[in-house]
Design a binder for this molecule. Sequence first.
Ligand code: NAP
Length: 305
Amino acid sequence: MSAKPPFAHVAIIGLGLIGSSIARAVRDAMPDVKLSGFDADATARATARNLGLADAIADSAADAVVEADLVIFCVPVGAMGKAAADLRSGLKAEALISDVGSSKANVLAELQAALPDHAIIPAHPVAGTERSGPEAGFATLFQNRWCILTPPEGAQSDHVDRLTRFWQMLGANVDLMDPQHHDLVLAVTSHLPHLIAYTIVGTASDLESVTRSEVIKYSAGGFRDFTRIAASDPTMWRDVFLSNKDAVLEMLQRFSEDLTALQRAIRWGDGDALFDLFTRTRAIRRSIIEEGQDDARPDFGRSPS
Ligand code: NAP
């Protein structure tokens, strides 16, 4: 017998990659749970209706949440405060508020300012792709991925327990973290790599002495992986860098110092320094594969051969 769902009615605000994936995963894992949704984009709402993503796709955020006992904001982090203020009038007093934003301290502050009387437990499923929109989602996105909850001080343990069970039923492993610590960890594991990818692809496309067609024609595996990351949604990532400014700048400073050290090692022919670093980084890759967080096949199993 499957476990009883921790919420009877879930409302999803923002029906893009993450929101639509949650809707699909809820349908699969908790078929009796009522689902409602809203997206600011009328085309996304129409697509969500055609895909049958929820029992009801409302034309206003307040209408989408009237029955909900869990409301999840799945909008860009810069839009969280406005999205929350827009639906305040429709919320049940006991509805639990959560989100999926990629930065946490700032989002918590925005949600608390917009909904001061509601219980708020922010969350971040560390799962995604470079695609956007309701058609990009899929039900298995969260399987065996981490979802980090960042409950504010004084959060009720019952709320944390129910949200933990919700994400576990969607297939995720759940961890609890302080919002500031989350922001520092994700700055180095996710935000900085995106910034580097955007920079490298931008640099290559700006080189006067190398044509754009050469960049595309001779793109080696390393560059191709960067282009995949650099194809990520511009709105989402603009907001992440503005919202997690302090942690990203701190990590960027550390990165610049390490890059300068590598530059020096190359200039002075210090092969041992290069070899030592590359050996250490290889071990990290092995650990990620051992923990089931990536594919061990060459090229992540993407090559046709
Ligand atoms: P997405 O595919 O672009 O979907 C976001 C949707 O929210 C868009 O349809 C957008 O409409 C809509 N929206 C914007 N403002 C709104 C508002 N005020 N009210 C209602 N809907 C609104 O984005 P996503 O990739 O699902 O990302 C959603 C959130 O998940 C972000 O906070 C992101 O940081 C987080 N996240 C993303 C990933 C990932 O890999 N993509 C992973 C983990 C967490 P418009 O297009 O008209 O703006």
